[in-house]
Write a protein that binds this ligand. Structure first.
Ligand SMILES: CC(C)(COP(=O)(O)OP(=O)(O)OC[C@H]1O[C@@H](n2cnc3c(N)ncnc32)[C@H](O)[C@@H]1OP(=O)(O)O)[C@@H](O)C(=O)NCCC(=O)NCCS
Length: 378
């Protein structure tokens, strides 16, 4: 047999073709269907970006109104999904609750044949509209608070914050959160997107595929890093001590959370947008020691780690922004999921257009032809 190539983590392996998103790590460029993420964040809502990703084009006003109405009609959850969320222990991680409820939606809106475009599209609308409701409802349930029903007069971002906190956010907070959703909506062939495509490649339905993607995102090497950033920042006593802390971390070869990226070797374009948003938010609403510490770390890291291609990634400032919006740390990854459902579903649809089940090779490294000993001899 010819020598088999092994690439741990499939690094450098081309495993698909996609028109959905491009991540150019050398130049720090992120495109959603050709559009720069900075441009989309400045000019579009999450609903427009979801249309772009899922349908393939930015909507005109009439198309946006129709798409928005379709989503709004699907924001409310069946009572059975709320019962499932109520049955979970209150200590359940919101990502586990989200994964369970996402899979369970298939019982209410069957889309058993992945080739059935109509049922799958219905599933995509249900998931895009319903995942924020699931996250908010579980957050209320686990605190013993009544679930807040969706308000279809609000945007997806404003409604999520309302369902979560029981009160309407300011316009500024809602738009800030909307931009966060835009920034997290798509990021190429990452682990969770690939998971969704792999599960879909067996023609598993949209709910099974997207719940698997939620599970993939839940790991600390993928979606969980923004939680870790806050944990680490809290260990630094003050901004004045941040440079010495960073030097110590580098000398003892420890990783600084929120810095570095597998693909980006320059500053993650999303981090730049989040940094500007954070600086605006903190300058108008009052700075916090954590933000000042983060800022001091970024400045010193540019000198110490920048030349090695290690720069802030999307997670460095997102946790600080979410915290300032009053969101608890364990909601950070679910928020990532309610945005990324748009990218995941767009990739899933693409997978269905030209599907071949994923079945990579593996180098067998075990023994051969071992005979089974009698049970008493093992
Ligand atoms: C994201 C990450 C896994 C990318 O890793 P990678 O491209 O495989 O890079 P490596 O882990 O191989 O690191 C290459 C070098 O940079 C250093 N490095 C990478 N990220 C670093 C960080 N955050 N802090 C300090 N040093 C870092 C490594 O120690 C290594 O140094 P060495 O050459 O002296 O051994 C890594 O940067 C990391 O763990 N970052 C922190 C976690 C995080 O923020 N994750 C969210 C990503 S969106």
């Amino acid at each position: 047999m010819a020598e088999q190539q092994f690439s741990p983590g499939l690094a450098g392996v081309v495993a698909g073709k996609s028109e959905v998103g491009l991540v150019n790590g050398t130049d720090g460029i992120l495109l959603y269907r050709g559009y720069r993420v900075e441009d989309l964040a400045e000019h579009c809502t999450f609903e427009e970006v979801a249309h772009l990703l899922l349908v393939g084009k930015l909507p005109n006003a009439a198309e946006l109104a129709a798409f928005d109405a379709e989503l709004k009609a699907r924001r409310a959850l069946p009572e059975g999904i709320l019962d499932i969320l109520r049955a979970l222990p209150k200590t359940t991680h919101p990502m586990a609750a989200l994964q369970a409820a996402t899979a369970a939606l298939s019982g209410f809106y069957p889309a058993l044949d992945a080739g059935d475009r109509k049922a799958s599209w219905e599933g995509i609308l249900r998931l895009t509209a319903g995942m924020p409701t699931i996250v908010a409802a579980f957050h209320r349930i686990r605190q013993g608070l009544p679930v807040v029903a969706p308000d279809t007069s609000l945007t997806a971002a404003a409604d999520f914050l309302t369902m979560l906190n029981g009160e309407r956010p300011t316009e500024k907070a809602a738009r800030l959160f909307d931009v966060c959703l835009v920034l997290h909506a798509e990021h190429g062939f990452n682990a969770s997107t690939f998971t969704g495509r792999v599960v879909g490649s067996s023609l598993a339905d949209i709910y099974a595929s997207m719940s698997a993607a939620v599970g993939s995102l839940s790991g600390p090497l993928h979606g969980g890093a923004n939680e870790e950033v806050l944990v680490q920042l809290k260990t630094i006593p003050s901004a004045a001590e941040a440079p010495a802390w960073l030097d110590h971390m580098i000398e003892t070869k420890q990783k600084i959370m929120g810095l570095g990226h597998r693909v980006y070797k320059v500053k993650d374009p999303r981090a730049g947008i989040l940094q500007r948003m954070a600086s605006d938010l903190f300058s108008t609403q009052g700075s916090t020691p954590l933000y000042d510490i983060a800022h001091a770390i970024e400045k010193h890291a540019a000198v110490r780690l920048g030349p090695k291609g290690i720069w802030p990634n999307v997670d460095f400032y997102s946790g600080l922004v979410y915290q300032k919006l009053g969101l608890t740390v364990d909601l950070f990854t679910p928020i990532f999921a309610i945005a990324r459902i748009a990218g995941w579903s767009a990739h899933w649809l693409e997978q269905m257009q030209d599907n071949k089940i994923y079945r990579p090779d593996c180098i067998y490294a075990g023994p051969h032809d071992v005979s089974v000993p009698a049970i008493g001899d093992r």
